[in-house]
Design a protein around this ligand. Structure first.
Ligand SMILES: *[C@@H]1O[C@H](CO)[C@@H](O)[C@H](O)[C@H]1NC(C)=O
Ligand SMILES: *[C@@H]1O[C@H](CO)[C@@H](O)[C@H](O)[C@H]1NC(C)=O
Ligand SMILES: *[C@@H]1O[C@H](CO)[C@@H](O)[C@H](O)[C@H]1NC(C)=O
Ligand SMILES: *[C@@H]1O[C@H](CO)[C@@H](O)[C@H](O)[C@H]1NC(C)=O
Ligand SMILES: *[C@@H]1O[C@H](CO)[C@@H](O)[C@H](O)[C@H]1NC(C)=O
Ligand SMILES: *[C@@H]1O[C@H](CO)[C@@H](O)[C@H](O)[C@H]1NC(C)=O
Ligand SMILES: *[C@@H]1O[C@H](CO)[C@@H](O)[C@H](O)[C@H]1NC(C)=O
Length: 901
């Protein structure tokens, strides 16, 4: 083992050494062999190229330049391919191929190419766009005019319909560079070619603006009428050098010797061919001069960058000297001297040109006995980048949304906000950078969950996702979007509960919330109440009432006086209530006592919407669960009240019991008996540790039925629980079940009474359909929920079964199986067939009896309890007959006595 590892590290070191030496040798070789070096460099530089022949049918390798031109299909999805009219077919070398096809954009105001250079943001890129109308549409047009944008800023207005190109050195603050053609109402925009070249860390840069090439003059070159051009591969940046720039009274000189561009560190990396030629003044003159008027953008005093490029191409005889100064728009620089065949760039000089004119002269100094020369020069205008792209957090979010829902809108391209907000359904503010403030994706066939990306649109004010196929829950985090005032989620298939915080915002009119038409969405107050199931039983609620209020409640409830009710089943007799139990049971604790009970809140056993739950030990050794009201959460105030009201008065072995409470203003806590086996929902889960066997399940059903029966019939006035569900059934160490969570409970004035409740409540899947539809609440609503709970116990399925197409209600799932008589498929497979079939059918019958849509058709809890007990007895007798035991009746009796504490 160890030896292997050491061997492995040896191998690693060895490989690294090998690689290092290879690199070393490579670099030595490369230094010797410039051709190879050049090739390697070209390959590297080519990777910074994006070359698009717009409208081309296929990718191709351009023979003149060695550049591979791509079609534009991966860079834009809109527009149409066209070719120029045959009589306009261009045969220009270097660009002929690119010129003769194009893409036009008859649709949409703004169409954008998306360029994603590997080098990413905060870099300079040389971008060039080519245009050639060539009567592609046979309309003989001469007046086409449209705008070209780079990123979100105006680059130029394209007007010249002859073969023309526009260049810019663009500093990109984003990873993606958009080149957009904007229709300004003067004809259909089109484009023939698009080049992007990564400029490395060249001196051609302006950190906060663009450089627009004005003059790139290769002086003293070949006869300009030949139209020859210097380009890649001679120029590593693929600049296009002009040969037709003339200086007054100058003559060309040139050399055949190579310029030592390798040996120089000239950052401008001029091509050898450009440096091999130069101009010098006519014989006898000592000065070269140049003057150019430059049109510039309106309302803007332009700044220019000027570069002068030199290389001595004559061997200077001894005693001779070439020395010169540069005067640029009145400012003097120099003197400068040159080295033979060594490139030298002077500049860049930044000048303001209020009078729109650039002038320079290059003059021999007095010491110089040779005239000045100039090999090349460049003039760039510094263009502003006044507009910033849309906030990138917003951009990433909207792009993720576009991707997630496959939104295919023609004008969803380029930056979402600029130039011009052209994205349908989207609005931005005028900030710089702009933010997305409104998004309307109504009726856009969105499906799946609500993407978290929506929550990253932190400036959004209005979000309309109505009439789509959205499923899943409503993210609570919508409430955290500070500016959101309109949220329309209506007409979707959302499920689960509406987050409390959203409802609160809606109630306080900070948010216009629309949720209509989501049939399975629970809009009630309490759905979200128990998001988490507690590992251990505890219910606790926030005590935000003053002690006085508490007292009031107690007094009121005292008057209701929980009484005993005779019920039909003999087994149910024996309910009674000790009058003084309340005082003795619900002892007040001081906060220091709470601290001591929980050993300074050492062990957290649960956490819910209202605070954390801690394990505690009373002095008598009893374990308790202590729910501490978190300061921030006052959410369950009403529920808390209801819970306290009930538990102060009602006691039953199948209802969870309150041990005490602490009510010291800031510190409020409820102390419950500790339920070692957590809740039923957890126990039914696939991966639960102790699997509940069939008999235990029946026992739990009987326990829960007893607790509920007591609430309905043993209390006067009767109490409707309203939120019966598996997570509210808690289990002791011995799997005795107790109903918890009375926060929604409702006491009725008289037996047989019913209430119309305007705000529905409950948990999806368990809610009585009649109550949901009519708001008519009575005991039978609990019976329905109990039926679902029992079905859950039998099948091991949750009330809402998650499937591919959303949720299936457990009854929809079970009904066809019942019809087919397929009991094996119905009963929880985790039981591995270990159950009594007769008993299972009986239990299913009970379920079905509980869930008719009309509440009057449902039996009373006392009848259900009777049936369940029969069922349990049946199971036990079959178990016992297997074991040969005869003590059934005895067991039954002790097991079933509805003891009251
Ligand atoms: C246009 O010129 C190219 C060469 O540049 C040639 O391949 C092509 O066939 C010509 N097209 C037409 C329609 O003449
Ligand atoms: C374009 O010009 C040609 C030749 O001048 C002419 O035959 C043709 O009708 C013109 N087309 C249009 C649409 O004006
Ligand atoms: C160059 O010559 C032209 C005409 O020959 C003249 O108008 C211009 O002013 C001259 N430029 C300089 C810088 O002397
Ligand atoms: C660029 O920044 C410099 C200073 O950092 C500022 O003076 C100049 O005006 C800016 N130019 C543009 C085009 O924003
Ligand atoms: C974009 O918005 C986010 C969230 O408001 C903010 O944190 C970030 O600074 C913004 N980015 C820019 C470039 O303004
Ligand atoms: C969203 O668009 C739809 C239809 O285009 C329109 O009816 C609805 O009012 C818009 N929503 C908002 C919030 O403006
Ligand atoms: C939301 O924004 C955060 C921070 O900008 C980012 O880490 C996260 O990936 C974004 N999430 C989505 C879904 O866009």
């Amino acid at each position: 083992m160890h030896g292997g590892r050491i061997l492995l590290s040896y191998i690693k070191v060895w490989v690294i050494l090998l690689l290092l030496s290879a690199t070393f040798q490579n670099s030595k070789l490369a230094a010797k062999n410039t051709a190879q070096d050049k090739k390697r460099k070209l390959a590297a530089e080519n990777s910074g190229f994006i070359s698009i022949d717009c409208g081309a049918e296929a990718d191709y390798l351009d023979g003149d330049t060695g550049i591979t031109y791509k079609t534009d299909k991966d860079f834009i999805s809109t527009g149409k391919n066209k070719v120029v009219a045959p009589e306009y077919n261009l045969t220009t070398p270097y660009y002929g191929n690119m010129a003769n096809s194009l893409r036009t954009f008859p649709e949409g105001k703004r169409n954008c190419y998306t360029l994603k250079p590997r080098q990413g943001k905060n870099q300079n890129y040389y971008v060039r766009a080519f245009f050639y109308y060539g009567n592609y549409d046979s309309e003989n047009q001469t007046q086409i005019k449209f705008d070209l944008y780079i990123g979100v800023n105006h680059w130029t207005t394209v007007v010249d319909m002859q073969w023309t190109y526009y260049e810019i050195i663009h500093y990109s603050v984003t990873d993606t560079i958009y080149v957009c053609l904007v229709n300004t109402g003067f004809g259909v925009p089109f484009i023939n070619g698009l080049d992007l070249r990564f400029m490395n860390d060249s001196p051609y840069r302006s950190m906060n603006g663009s450089l627009i090439p004005k003059v790139l003059a290769d002086l003293g070159g070949l006869d300009p009428t030949l139209g020859a051009t210097q380009r890649y591969k001679d120029d590593v940046y693929d600049r296009i050098w002009r040969l037709d720039v003339n200086l007054n009274h100058s003559v060309s000189i040139s050399t055949e010797t190579n310029i030592d561009i390798q040996g120089s560190d000239d950052p401008c990396r001029l091509p050898v061919e450009v440096l091999r030629t130069a101009v010098q003044p006519w014989n006898g003159l000592n000065s070269l001069s140049y003057k150019k008027s430059l049109r510039h953008r309106e309302n803007f005093t332009p700044e220019f960058l000027v570069f002068f490029h030199f290389a001595e191409i004559e061997q200077i005889a001894p005693g001779k000297r070439r020395e010169f100064t540069i005067t640029l728009n009145g400012l003097n620089y120099g003197p400068f001297t040159l080295e033979y065949l060594k490139p030298l760039t002077i500049g860049p000089y930044k000048i303001q040109v209020p009078e729109d004119q650039i002038r320079f002269s290059i003059d021999a100094t007095l010491r110089s006995n040779l005239p000045p020369i100039l090999n090349a020069f460049e003039i760039f205008e510094l263009g502003p980048l006044p507009d910033s792209p849309t906030n990138q957090t917003d951009v990433h979010a909207i792009m993720a949304i576009k991707e997630a829902y496959k939104i295919d809108r023609v004008n969803w391209q380029g930056d979402p906000c600029l130039p011009l907000t052209t994205w349908t359904g989207l609005q931005c503010n005028d900030d710089n950078p702009p933010r997305i403030i409104s998004l309307n994706l109504s009726s856009s066939q969105l499906s799946g969950n609500i993407a978290v990306s929506f929550l990253n649109l932190t400036a959004i004010k209005s979000l309309d996702l109505s009439n789509n196929e959205l499923t899943g829950t409503v993210p609570e985090a919508f409430a955290q979007l500070p500016h959101l005032t309109i949220l329309d989620l209506s007409g979707n298939k959302l499920t689960g509960a509406v987050p409390y915080s959203l409802k609160e915002k809606s109630n306080s009119r900070q948010l216009q919330l629309s949720l209509d038409g989501n049939l399975d969405l629970c809009k009630m107050d309490t759905c979200e109440k128990k998001k988490r199931s507690f590992p251990v039983l505890v219910i606790a609620f926030v005590i935000s009432v003053s002690a006085l209020l508490l007292l009031n409640i107690i007094t009121i409830f005292w008057r209701f006086k929980i009484g005993r009710l005779n019920v039909s089943l003999s087994s149910s007799v024996g309910f009674s209530r000790k009058k003084n139990s309340m005082k003795s049971k619900n002892q007040p604790f001081t906060y220091p006592e709470i601290v001591s009970i929980t050993n300074n809140f050492q062990t957290i056993i649960g956490e819910g919407g209202f605070g954390k739950v801690y394990l505690g030990n009373l002095q008598d050794g009893r374990q308790v669960a202590v729910k501490l009201l978190s300061q921030s959460s006052r959410q369950g105030y009403k529920e808390f009240l209801a819970e306290v009201q009930l538990l102060m008065i009602v006691h039953h072995r199948n209802l969870v019991s309150l041990v005490g409470y602490c009510n010291e203003q800031e510190n409020m806590a409820l102390v419950y008996e500790y339920m070692a086996n957590g809740n039923l929902k957890e126990q039914l889960l696939e991966n639960s540790t102790n699997m509940l066997n069939w008999r235990a399940r029946l026992q739990i059903a009987v326990d829960a039925a007893q607790g509920l029966e007591y609430l309905h019939n043993g209390c006067r006035p009767p109490i409707v629980h309203r939120d019966l569900k598996s997570s509210n059934i808690l289990l002791t160490e011995n799997l005795q079940a107790k109903i918890s969570d009375f926060g929604l409970s409702k006491a009725f004035a008289t037996e047989g009474d019913s209430h119309v409740i305007t705000i529905p409540a409950g948990t999806p899947g368990y809610i009585d359909p009649e109550f949901r539809d009519s708001g008519n609440l009575n005991k039978k609503s609990d019976v329905y929920s109990f039926g679902i709970l029992l079905c859950e116990l039998i099948t091991g399925q949750p009330p809402l079964i998650r499937g591919h197409n959303g949720h299936t209600h457990i009854l929809q799932w079970v009904s066809p199986l019942v019809e087919r008589g397929d009991i094996q498929s119905i009963i929880d497979p985790k039981l591995k067939g270990e159950f009594n079939t007769n008993c299972a059918w009986k239990a299913l019958e009970i379920v079905l009896s509980c869930v008719p849509p009309t509440s009057t058709q449902r039996p009373d809890m006392s009848d259900i309890l009777g049936e369940l007990k029969e069922c349990l007895a049946m199971e036990m007798s079959s178990e016992m007959s297997m074991r040969g035991s005869v003590e059934m009746s005895l067991v039954l009796r002790t097991d079933m006595a509805p003891n009251l504490r």
